[in-house]
Design a protein around this ligand. Structure first.
Ligand SMILES: Cc1cc2nc3c(=O)[nH]c(=O)nc-3n(C[C@H](O)[C@H](O)[C@H](O)COP(=O)(O)OP(=O)(O)OC[C@H]3O[C@@H](n4cnc5c(N)ncnc54)[C@H](O)[C@@H]3O)c2cc1C
Length: 817
């Protein structure tokens, strides 16, 4: 063997061992073996053996390594690591790491994902969706809610309480429905397709709020008292955290609770005097019990040594003396119940604290834990449900509405937003299904919750724009006949609540992800916070694990950069295989970039929000891609669904790649080097093609199985807007050959309007039966209702006091007459 061959073989063995994440010992044995071969071949002499020994001996001998390497590194590490606030620590420690951990590993175990059981509804959950859920969708008139009453009518409130819509998370032993997270998600999807007010009103009590907090942390007495009353709808809850001075920075609430003596039911007791000013609180105007977050102080040491106990959560009945509640905010014409709550010297006993006195100061942790679950369910499901219904409606509308003698959906330019709508509907359903399945398996996925919240609401925003564009003026003119406008107006609400999106993207996703999902960073941080020889050993383990991990991701990135990802092993064959392999490549890239960013920026990474945002985007798109692949797999890799799966994967991988490139473009010289390593042959992920967009747009414009699967579970009864559109779509499609027949018989190309008159003409020419004429009449009726918009007498648009004054004036005039 020549020297060159030996060097190449040694480099390959070293690279393979690093790639495969061999232990330090195995790596060292491998190198010694190669040197031994070199020795036999008379290539390696004493000099090379000495160099190898100088490298391998200290790192393999623990006492030497600890003193020579680990100790100084730990010292430097402690200096650069930023201080962590208590609220940050709670946020980091709350919840669990699930599939997000695999994605962060640079080597996702796809079999683990595919083995996750398919999400399914129980018979009882399905009955609820087909029964009460279908029924309430029929009962609700969104125009009446959003314009006339600015609230849901009393009979709808009553029905929701009776059928326990507010008790989906409450256990059966307390009278609740105890539905799975997946079932809750399906209910919310269906309701969101009908009314944002309805979906928000049902979503909130089932998300973060007294019900969730009580079940996890309440005392037995609190659970026995409140949970049955919440389940029956006798109590309506709200949860008040946000204050005028503390929105995104919720940990900074100025609201206080001071431990003091006071009178309660005629006796002097030790209790809490609360002063608070909360705003934006959903359900507050109608709530009977408010969950309240405040900072607790014990200046006189009445309950212990600690003076500042920290954020605490308590349950305060509405009628407690000093509570001001009932006024409403008016959130963008989507008037679900929302308003301020104020409290001035409100005295309550200590056992109003959720979980009792022992939970004083534990409120923040309780909140972040529950929020990780709620965030994965409510807003992502509302967004997915809304877009599933709207994708179908836009497909139907684009076939019914004609311009330039063609259905508008057949114009190439319109195909692009249509494909985006359908592709995203497929994707969003996949993400909500996977995330809620994770919760049903016992996870409390903080990072996944933030990903799902941010990306599903951003996709909602983009898709609502697309739907509005395709509908033109039809989407703009509000009225009973407009099924888009209120959803469009409500988008910023979804963007802002439960962690406003800019903050969620820039700080939360990667901020939590980097520490929670990374296999070594949290261990290093924990070890560095401790003292003594044990801490040094723990740090040493984490540090050398981390070095091996980073080296392996480097090797993978180099190998994959030259197309090696096509050789990476994945447990599937068929059309999705290449996407799994691309995901392997991007996962290794992200893990490496994450280490590079931490290495280069150290503690200042926390302030480099745009780096954090792009790393968070990479992690997010890896998660979204996984959800799409899982859906395609779980549904049996249906061939007809391929255009949707391809669109969703290509869009996701392209965005992932662009996030990576934007980070590299903004990362100076290191970015240029990493770009050369990761993309030596240029970009690999392409945007969805025009051809695929065309296929999807055509699919969306006529009834078929793919379309039915896309809208599965949504409210499509003809009594509702979307069901009516579906019926009209079928009638218009059935009318097309009849129209052709009449044109042919008449020897003239009519416009595809006034179909009833075309029917009459066909009858006159003897080419249409009575049934066919009736069908054309029905198609025309549906067509007109679909393309027409509402108009109003000017006085009908008066609202509030102006409407009242106008009515009074009319009354006086008629009295006078
Ligand atoms: C309709 C509605 C319903 C709500 N329901 C409830 C409820 O039931 N209970 C409750 O307690 N609260 C509720 N909220 C409050 C909601 O959670 C807050 O509105 C939200 O946390 C944002 O706070 P803010 O509106 O004060 O915005 P701000 O905190 O002022 O933020 C303004 C902008 O700055 C960005 N920003 C702030 N800090 C950072 C940062 N560090 N990095 C990057 N960007 C940042 C934000 O992302 C946002 O875009 C509701 C709000 C609304 C509008």
């Amino acid at each position: 063997m020549s020297i060159a061959l030996w060097i190449i073989a040694t480099v390959i063995v070293a690279a393979a061992l690093i790639y495969k994440r061999a232990s330090l010992l195995l790596f060292s044995v491998g190198m010694v073996a190669m040197f031994a071969i070199g020795n036999v071949l008379e290539i390696v002499g004493p000099v090379l053996w000495t160099i190898l020994a100088v490298i391998l001996v200290p790192i393999n001998l623990a006492p030497v390594r600890l003193n020579l390497l680990t100790k100084p590194i730990l010292k430097a590490y402690r200096k650069v690591m930023p201080e962590m606030s208590d609220t940050e620590r709670d946020a980091l420690e709350a919840g669990t790491v699930w599939w997000d951990g695999d994605l962060f590993s640079g080597d996702p175990d796809w079999k683990k994902l595919l083995d996750v059981p398919k999400a399914e509804l129980t018979a009882e959950e399905q009955e609820f969706l087909d029964g009460p859920c279908e029924e309430v969708c029929k009962m609700l008139d969104d125009w009446e809610v959003t314009h006339e009453l600015t609230d849901m009518p009393e009979h709808v409130w009553q029905y929701l309480k009776e059928k326990k819509f507010f008790a989906m998370i409450i256990k059966k032993e307390y009278g609740g429905l105890e539905f799975s997270a997946y079932a809750q998600s399906r209910v919310l999807q269906k309701l969101a397709g009908v009314s944002t007010v309805l979906a928000s009103t049902v979503g909130v009590p089932n998300s973060l709020g007294p019900g969730e907090l009580l079940q996890h942390y309440g005392t037995k007495e609190q659970q026995d008292h409140y949970l049955p009353r919440l389940a029956s709808g006798d109590e309506i809850p709200c949860f008040a955290l946000t204050s005028p001075e503390a929105g995104s920075d919720a940990g900074a609430i100025p609201d206080s609770g001071v431990v003091c003596k006071g009178e309660w039911n005629g006796e002097e007791i030790v209790g809490i005097k609360l002063n608070f000013n909360k705003r934006y609180i959903t359900l507050a105007p109608v709530a009977t019990v408010l969950g309240l977050a405040f900072k607790m102080y014990d200046p006189d040491g009445l309950i212990g040594e600690e003076e500042e106990l920290g954020i605490t959560c308590a349950l305060i009945p509405r009628d407690t003396k000093g509570v001001e509640i009932g006024r409403r905010h008016f959130p963008l014409n989507v008037p679900f119940q929302n308003g301020p709550i104020r409290g001035n010297d409100v005295f309550v006993p200590l056992d109003y604290i959720i979980g009792g006195q022992k939970n004083a100061g534990k409120g923040w942790r309780m909140l972040v834990e529950c929020l990780s679950v709620g965030r994965s369910i409510t807003l992502p499901s509302n967004s997915a449900g809304g877009i599933k219904s709207i994708a179908l409606a836009t497909g139907a509308y684009s076939r019914i509405r004609r311009q330039f003698k063609l259905p508008i959906g057949k114009m190439e330019g319109v195909e692009e937003p249509m494909a985006r709508l359908a592709g995203n509907a497929y994707l969003m359903d996949a993400v909500t299904t996977l995330s809620t399945k994770g919760i049903d398996l016992g996870e409390k996925p903080g990072v996944i919750g933030a990903i799902a919240k941010y990306h599903m609401t951003e996709k909602l925003r983009a898709c609502m724009d697309d739907a509005m564009d395709v509908h033109g003026g039809k989407g703009i003119c509000l009225g009973p006949n407009n099924y888009l406008g209120r959803g469009y107006q409500g988008v910023p609400v979804a963007i802002t609540v439960e962690g406003a999106n800019i903050l969620t993207r820039n700080m939360m996703i990667y901020g939590q992800g980097a520490i929670r999902c990374h296999p070594y960073v949290l261990k290093e941080m924990e070890a560095s916070a401790e003292q003594g020889p044990e801490a040094l050993k723990k740090f040493d383990n984490a540090l050398f694990g981390h070095i091996g991990f980073a080296a392996s991701n480097f090797m993978r990135s180099v190998f994959y950069g030259f197309g090696g990802h096509r050789l990476s092993s994945v447990p599937v064959s068929g059309p999705a295989r290449k996407y799994y392999q691309q995901m392997n490549r991007f996962s290794a890239n992200m893990a490496l970039l994450s280490d590079v960013a931490m290495g280069v920026l150290g503690g200042s990474l926390k302030r480099k929000e745009r780096v954090s945002a792009r790393l968070g985007d990479m992690l997010s798109y890896l998660y979204i891609g996984s959800a799409i692949l899982k859906r395609f797999h779980d549904e049996g890799q249906i061939k007809e669904d391929l255009p949707l799966m391809h669109w969703a994967m290509q869009d996701t991988l392209h965005k992932l790649q662009e996030a990576q490139l934007s980070m590299l473009d903004n990362f100076g010289g290191v970015g240029s080097v990493m770009r050369a390593i990761m993309f030596p042959l240029g970009r690999i992920a392409k945007r969805p093609s025009d051809k695929n967009d065309h296929k999807i747009a055509r699919m969306l414009m006529s009834p078929n199985d793919v379309r039915t699967r896309l809208g599965k579970g949504q409210f499509l009864s003809p009594e509702g807007h979307f069901g009516f559109l579906e019926e009209t779509l079928q009638n218009v499609i059935a009318a097309e050959p009849l129209y052709d027949k009449v044109c042919k018989a008449a020897g003239k190309r009519f416009s595809f309007t006034q179909l009833d008159q075309i029917g009459a003409k066909g009858k006159e020419l003897g080419v249409l039966s009575d049934d066919e004429v009736a069908l054309l009449e029905k198609a025309e009726e549906g067509r007109l209702r679909t393309i027409n918009v509402d108009d109003f007498a000017p006085e009908d648009l008066l609202a509030g006091k102006a409407a009242f004054d106008y009515a009074l004036k009319n009354l006086k005039e008629s009295d006078a007459a």
